[in-house]
Design a protein around this ligand. Structure first.
Ligand code: ADP
Ligand code: MG
Length: 341
């Protein structure tokens, strides 16, 4: 097995020994004709589908902090953030590539846990690891993952297709991941918000169901913050949006921590990143279909506003007044962009 002793390091195993150990743990899926071990991988995609592809880099010190996370959750999260992008296109994750640069002093336990976490979440969504690249790093850990997805061309959901009058929906409770990071930095290692930060659940089944039912007119995943990501939909679609502050779904943990007296309490829910929830629009006459669709999942869905012809995002209070300080400045939102867990 990979795990030997705490002192066993990547340098003791070597590049090819390491790749061999990954390869032995991979479970192939029927579409993969050539997997790890040749100069390139080869795979089939279902007839009538397009292949989609997305890639994300995670850098130690920028996106994660090894003193605040464990190898296993890091492996899960590295693939989860890519699943989230494929989910936001309404596509089905298919296969992935893993590029790694680790210092040669890296303990094998960390690497073994990382690979275990990554392969586990891959298995949960039927995705095989089909190749990658491994290098020694003179700096910190660098993780690069490329994920392929598949979907019929007409069912792929883009950012640029929201229409005035469409309703805006969000899954889950945004802000929990940013709260979790705040708690981690304060030395708290437990609780739902911390778990949401370290091991986010990509909304793969939900994104796929929205695409299959052709309910979503536009969709994005929340990686940079709700308002910022909604801004991508409105800009690409050449529309605007009205968002109701009191409709933003906040978790119990979030309410307990911030209270809701002050509008500042909403800062992380509107501007915090890394929630990996889906933000999508749907025609107003299909509202009940959206609610019925989410009845089959354990995931909450909330209507938070509507698409308008007037450009920009207007945030409204319960009395209908425009709330300033969020929407007006969402491009240069004052909550600093931070990822490091
Ligand atoms: P080459 O030198 O031809 O690029 P490599 O020695 O880099 O080949 O890789 C050999 C095989 O191992 C390839 O199939 C490659 O995709 C796979 N591989 C290398 N690193 C990884 C990794 N970190 N995860 C999964 N597969 C890997
Ligand atoms: Mg080669």
């Amino acid at each position: 097995m990979m795990r030997k002793s705490e002192n066993y390091r990547l340098a003791d195993l070597g590049e090819f020994g390491f790749i061999d150990q990954i390869a032995r743990r991979v479970r192939p899926t029927p579409d993969i004709k050539i997997g790890i071990g040749d100069d390139a991988a080869a795979f089939r995609i279902p007839p009538g589908c397009l292949a989609l592809t997305t890639t994300d880099m995670l850098l130690e010190g920028v996106h994660f902090d090894l003193s605040l996370c464990d190898g296993y959750s890091l492996g899960r999260k590295s693939l989860a953030v890519n699943f989230s992008d494929i989910a936001a296109m309404g596509a089905k994750p298919h296969s992935c590539l893993l590029s790694l640069a680790f210092p040669e002093t890296t303990p094998m336990t960390l690497l073994s846990d990382f690979v275990a976490g990554l392969l586990e979440i891959g298995g949960e969504y039927g995705v095989a690891l089909i190749g990658g690249d491994t290098c020694a790093s003179r700096g910190g850990v660098v993780i690069g993952i490329t994920l392929y997805g598949v979907q019929e061309p007409d069912k792929i959901v883009q950012r640029c297709t929201a229409r005035p009058g469409d309703l805006i929906f969000v899954t889950g409770s945004p802000g929990d991941s940013a709260l979790g990071l705040k708690l981690l930095r304060d030395g708290i290692r437990e609780g739902r918000a911390v778990a949401r930060h370290l091991d986010p659940t990509p909304r793969v089944r939900e994104g796929l169901a929205l695409a299959e039912s052709e309910l979503a007119s536009a969709m994005i995943d929340i990686s940079d913050g709700l308002l910022s990501d909604l801004g991508h939909i409105t800009k690409k679609s050449s529309v605007g949006a009205r968002v109701y502050l009191e409709k933003i779904p906040l978790s119990q943990e979030y309410r307990a921590y911030f209270g809701l007296e002050e509008k500042e309490g909403y800062a992380l829910a509107l501007g915090g990143g890394e929630d990996y929830e889906l933000l999508f629009t749907a025609p107003a006459h299909r509202r009940s279909e959206v609610e019925a669709l989410f009845g089959q999942f354990d995931t909450a869905v909330s209507e938070i506003g509507e698409i308008t012809t007037v450009p920009g995002i207007r945030l409204l209070s319960s009395s209908g007044e425009v709330v300033h300080g969020f929407a007006a400045g969402f491009d240069h939102f004052s909550v600093r962009r931070e990822h490091t867990s």
